[in-house]
Design a protein around this ligand. Structure first.
Ligand code: HEC
Length: 143
């Protein structure tokens, strides 16, 4: 068998070492979890009020609960008032608890006699789900 020149085996050894080191670094420390679960993370990112929620209120609710008109003394275009509720005296949105938030019960239509909006286009199932998720995430109201 023909012997390789001396220098090449040292090279081979060095390359091997480098490979081992690089591999150890790659597999030993999951220091960048976004590399291992990119989909899960982007799905979990919290909803943003101004982008994901406010447009729905604008399209379906402001007509009766906005700057011009406040049916039942309720307005949804101002943060404090939106949480406080209207004439019923009940808080309309309970942070972190969609099931106990009257606003959610109304848009979901839990009680067929008290559905919001009472006329005009209802929210789609996906839109209702999005608002439910937003409330359960803590109803962060960043405009
Ligand atoms: C066409 C007008 C109209 C639209 C549009 C409308 N509402 Fe209402 N809303 C009312 C009326 C009228 C009442 C009072 C009903 C009653 O007491 O029987 C009310 C009551 C409420 C209340 C209870 C307030 C309180 O504490 O007394 C909430 C919460 C509410 N609406 C949320 C919404 C949401 C959310 C939307 C949009 C998805 C919406 N409404 C769209 C007319 C409207």
């Amino acid at each position: 068998m023909k012997r390789l020149p001396r220098g090449s085996s040292i090279f081979a050894a060095m390359a091997l070492c480098l490979c081992v080191v690089v591999n150890l670094r790659l597999f030993a420390e999951p220091s960048r979890p976004e590399l291992t679960q990119p989909l899960a993370r982007s799905k979990e990112s919290p909803l943003v009020f101004a982008r994901d929620i406010q447009p729905l209120f604008k399209a379906h609710c402001y007509r009766c609960h906005g700057a011009d008109e406040q049916r039942a003394g309720y307005r949804l275009d101002q943060k404090d008032a939106a949480f406080r509720g209207g004439e019923s005296g009940e808080a309309a949105i309970v942070r972190g608890d969609a099931d106990n938030s009257p606003l959610i019960q109304y848009i979901r239509g839990d009680d067929p006699d008290f559905v919001m909006p009472p006329e005009g286009d209802r929210l789609t199932e996906a839109e209702v789900k999005r608002i439910v998720r937003w409330v359960d995430e803590g109803a962060r109201w960043d405009e």
